[in-house]
Write a protein that binds this ligand. Structure first.
Ligand code: PRX
Length: 650
């Protein structure tokens, strides 16, 4: 975020108070903050009461910095909390998912049907030898079976590791091996941008080397041709013939529920690992509080893919525990037309919409005529997540999508936090366009300087969390030292989030983006180092430096500077650039495709050899290059800029 934008934020003085009508019916009232402040532990204990426990905990929190245990000795089953309890309490006929496939096929799935599917899938997992404590990789399109697979794993106590379907075979196998997964659940493919894309070939490629995967379960979604081997099993062949009964076992509150990989500052992604009782407590509480969910009447739609944490906490666990009726959409927003998502809102009378700033900005770019063609009057609340939302996009969201009637909740959180941490409460908070406003009840978030002193109103610094919270990560899978080093070493006993933040003169929180070498492209975290090592793994590249440059649609875009290897007859110009982009897509996935790759002869380095990304960012953002006096060769930036005059972009 540029200095200008930071200054603009400081002068934002528009506020939007909840209407008296909304406030009166809201799930959470102002008093909640004081209640949580008076007894934070008791507050979270009261939220855990919403879950169905088979054995009660004896201690709410065991905190041995930086390792926490919540609801110690309690026992429960995540899938029972999402499903069985609704059927037991007479809600089996309620719709859990209205599924809308990209080609226009639809499915309506009630809670009773979802439970039946999950029980059969759990029986299938048991038949192929999956046991509590195992890990299962899930690599799926956004179809109901993705949720069924996650819940079936949870039901038998196997931790799932969902890998986003847009990741490459290389990214998949590194995650499979890091978690030592025994099983992969995938599909032949899915639908995107009007065509079938394939998933199974990437799984086959991933499994061509060393691993401990015994079986691959394949959901038939597109019917396309797939290669087949002895370890492959069609989902329908094994699941359909299973008994419809399955008695779930209770697991410890701290039993691993899932691992989800996210980019850090090194090339190797971190396996963020979450457990059961605390995670479910906070995911479900925040879903009721922040989205003001009324399960009998709301139609809730979170547009995130299950491959991301938002899909875990706010498509699967939080909403299902709360008995929500949801929309799930498989495809892209512009297929077959740019109004597709508005058409879905109108069709299902969606009341709560939770999406990302990058999509909001894309809608803005396409123009108001698309939302204006559809009736969006059913909407009563809008949410945003994944990156800072700029005030213009916030105002457009409010006016054009929300008809100036819906409160907007800008929710700050991370894969690591497991659930929302900073957000307005829609019936309480007077919101400002672009601000996540204040920490939720029960959460302690502060903005501090380098010596951990709070900065005070009107100042900026680093965002930290200084008290444990129920859905906090329990570690980095297999790497306890990395967990301590990444999150707990900058400040003693305090969680360092890696985000910059500012408090305005009223004390509202403004998130300013990452302060480390992590980019945020369309709300997805990608590390500069990951892309650099993908580039350097190409035979023609000697060195690479990657920066995130501001981008009007995607928030940040990837810009790479590469030095080619000597002694090689390089493919020239455009062809080489395209080959390098394709190589990054192959190594990581399409989300990491650089917007621009610039071939240079030198990179700006300090005398100690550290690349000065700040200067490269100036170039990538077409700004005057800042102070370069600490460079080993101060002339380098001129050479780079001269060389760029002819560079192209796509
Ligand atoms: O930089 C923050 C940004 O996304 C990062 C977390 O990314 P991830 O783990 O992929 O989770 C995204 C979905 C929760 C944060 O460190 N971020 C997330 N939400 C916001 C945000 N930045 C500003 N405002 C937000 N509302």
């Amino acid at each position: 975020m540029s200095q200008d934008q930071v200054e603009n934020l400081l002068s934002e003085d528009r506020t939007f108070s909840p209407t008296a009508e909304f406030a009166a019916q809201a799930n959470i009232k102002e008093a909640e903050y004081a209640l949580a402040d008076a007894d934070r532990i008791g507050f979270w204990e009261s939220k855990a009461e919403y879950l169905k426990w088979d054995k009660r905990w004896h201690t709410v929190l065991d905190w041995q910095v930086p390792f926490s245990k919540w609801f110690v000795d309690g026992k429960l089953n995540a899938s029972v909390n999402c499903l069985d309890r609704h059927i037991d309490e007479g809600r089996g006929d309620r719709v859990a998912f209205y599924f809308e496939g990209e080609p226009g096929d639809t499915r309506t799935i009630t809670y009773a049907e979802l439970l039946k599917d999950v029980k059969k899938a759990a029986n299938a997992l048991t038949e192929i030898g999956i046991k509590a404590g195992d890990r299962v990789a899930i690599y799926m399109p956004m179809i109901p079976e993705a949720a069924v697979a996650m819940l079936a794993c949870a039901r038998v106590g196997a931790a799932h590791s969902v890998v986003f379907g847009g990741f490459s075979a290389e990214a998949l196998i590194s995650r499979i091996n890091d978690a030592d997964a025994r099983l992969v659940i995938t599909a032949d493919g899915g639908y995107r941008k009007g065509a079938a894309f394939a998933l199974k070939p990437a799984v086959d490629e991933a499994l061509s080397g060393e691993h401990n995967v015994k079986n691959v379960l394949v959901v038939k979604r597109t019917g396309q041709e797939v290669a087949w081997s002895d370890r492959d099993i069609w989902w329908h062949e094994i699941v359909d013939r299973q008994p419809e009964e399955h008695i779930a076992e209770s697991f410890d509150s701290e039993h691993p529920l899932f691992i989800l990989y996210t980019s850090g500052t090194t090339a190797k992604p971190k396996g963020i690992f979450h457990t059961t009782g605390g995670y479910l407590t906070q995911a479900s509480y925040t879903h009721r509080a922040v989205f003001d969910l009324k399960p009998e009447s709301d139609i809730y739609w979170c547009t995130a893919d299950v491959g991301w944490i938002t899909g875990h906490s706010y498509v699967v666990y939080g909403p299902l525990i709360n008995g929500a009726t949801q929309v799930m959409y498989e495809g892209t927003p512009d297929t077959p037309h740019k109004g597709r998502m508005f058409e879905i809102i109108e069709k299902y009378k969606v009341t709560i919409l939770y999406t990302a700033p990058t999509l909001i900005r894309t809608w803005m770019k396409w123009g108001d005529e698309f939302p204006n063609k559809f009736n969006l009057k059913s909407l009563r609340l809008l949410g945003s997540v994944g990156e800072p939302i700029n005030p213009e996009a916030w105002m457009w969201y409010r006016e054009v999508i929300g008809g100036n009637r819906c409160p907007i909740v800008d929710t700050w959180w991370q894969t690591e936090t497991g659930a929302i941490m900073i957000s307005p409460l829609p019936g309480v908070t007077a919101t400002k366009p672009g601000s996540a406003m204040r920490p939720l009840p029960g959460i302690s978030a502060k903005v501090v300087d380098d010596s951990a002193h709070e900065v005070g109103k009107g100042h900026g610094g680093y965002l930290i969390l200084d008290k444990p919270w129920p859905s906090m990560l329990r570690g980095v899978w297999g790497e306890p030292e990395r967990y301590k080093e990444t999150y707990w070493s900058k400040y003693e006993g305090i969680y360092f989030a890696g985000d910059g933040a500012k408090l305005d003169s009223d004390g509202a929180y403004w998130l300013l983006g990452r302060v480390d070498d992590v980019m945020n492209v369309s709300g997805h975290r990608i590390s500069t180092t990951e892309v650099e090592s993908a580039l350097v793994s190409h035979e023609e590249v000697a060195e690479a430096a990657v920066v995130g440059a501001n981008d009007a649609t995607t928030g940040q875009a990837i810009v790479a500077f590469v030095i080619l290897r000597g002694g090689i007859d390089h493919t020239k110009g455009e062809a080489l650039i395209s080959a390098l982009k394709a190589h990054v897509v192959k190594e990581i996935g399409a989300i990491a495709r650089p917007r621009q790759i610039l071939v240079v002869n030198e990179l700006p380095k300090t005398r100690s050899g550290k690349i000065m990304r700040r200067l490269l960012r100036d170039v990538a953002e077409n700004r005057a290059v800042g102070d370069s006096t600490t460079l080993a060769d101060p002339n380098v930036m001129n050479l780079i800029k001269d060389g760029l005059a002819t560079a192209t972009e796509d």
